[in-house]
Design a protein around this ligand. Sequence first.
Ligand code: BES
Ligand code: ZN
Ligand code: ZN
Length: 519
Amino acid sequence: MRRDLYAAKGIILSRGVVMRTIVNGKPIDISAITGNIKSVKADLLVVGMFEDKRFEPLLRVLDRALKGEIGKVVKAGEFTGEFGQSAGISSLSALGARKLLLVGLGKRERYNLEILRRVAAYGARAGRLLLMKSVALALPTPKASATETGQAAAEGALLGLYRFVQYKTVDKEKLKELQHVTIICNKNDVKELTAGIGEACKIAEAVNWVRDIVNMPASERPPKRVAAEALTLRKFGVKVKVLGRNEIEKAGMGGLAGVSRGSAQEPQFIVAEWRGRGPTVALVGKGVTFDSGGLDIKARNSMTTMRGDVAGAAAVLGALKLSAQARLPLRVIAVLPVCENMPGGKAYKPGDILTAYNKKTMEIADTDAEGRLILADALSYADKLRPTAIIDLATLTGACVVALGYEAAGVMGDAKLVAKAKTSGEATNERVWEFPLWDEYKEKVKSDIADVRNIPKGEGWEAGAIAGGAFLSNFVTKTWAHIDIAGPSWLPEDSFYATKGATGWGVRLLYAMLKKWKA
Ligand code: BES
Ligand code: ZN
Ligand code: ZN
């Protein structure tokens, strides 16, 4: 099942090209290395073991060098190889590495790229926790190419090392960052593995950029700041156009104009485009920089994390950045309605009727169902560009979190697009789960006084995630899928390489979909 990770004989090490990237504002070097594991220099050598406790040649070499210490730890039952377990062992100066960390890989037959991402993150974070400078990872290759393996290991480490600490001024000495990550591999794999590491650096930079944007305090990241972040993509050949309040009103974007009226912050309608040669894919992202609920104001507990309501727009920017950097043979257009939902004196009110960009009228039954109103404009704008597909990402409903928790986003819409999202979701572990969009649900969002109403008839909460999708379906005529990311885009706790708060969810999913796009 696995190739050898290393060459046990000889002492010569050979290192692939060293990739330098930035995590948490600090440089970090990451590279592949091959040769005798005993001479790999690092503060911490992370070695994986399955729960069948079978000693790989690699473990045998290390165990011998450490005079049977690994075997003793296993025999004593201090380490079982279960996933999530670990045991530290001193290297007794018998190795190039100062310390050894055994990490559990779980069941051999269940090992895959996702487990690799997770243990790589675990190892890198363990090293940092011990205030070390360098970590070397000796982890098995799953059933995958060397490029995918390198990418997964590096992605796990670089994403797992992210933390939002820009605002910390005390305890700085505890915030030392790791400086080197080395991935130990088979002699024949160095080149491919390095290519994967390079790809992972780009991906982690994009995801961590998105995490920073979403984690930032809402008062420091109004719509104009989001537009400024979008403008930074110009250096990758992305064309960026930004409309302000007047232009939004003049264009007839009544949803965005209406929702933003109660806020002192000017709304922005951002259109950013990577013009590769190929089919056009429109990515639409909900960009509510803060969702107070508006006049239907939220309870305090549900408002605390609402700076995260910009996650859809930010994830789309991340995917666009990667598309441009990779010069994908696609025309990728990001359409981002960005505003704040506030209950100011000019705020839109329950009972108001807003007219969307496609001229459909929308009855406001709840000012807290604001995302779909600004997406109505953005979707109909995207639709007019006649793309082959439209995908929207939105932190649209709490109901989606009730249904799926933090493990998956809800998806609905065109069957083929949904299938693409499912496939790429499995590959990246940014998974989606489908909800139906039957006509009966669309009936529920029809209004008695306008074309549509923004919460369904009934008590308003029934099938909440689907009601959101059903509402949005009124603003597209082309192939479209809606992804509700309210759950996975913001986590209450760290979860493997996904970190507490903003996760940047959707960047890897969208990029994977675009990379393998076939009309
Ligand atoms: N931004 C929220 C949805 C949300 C909830 C995102 C929890 C992330 C975590 C959205 O604008 C909202 O308030 N939706 C309402 C819809 C309801 C009024 C039909 C909700 O979910 O309660
Ligand atoms: Zn809301
Ligand atoms: Zn919202």
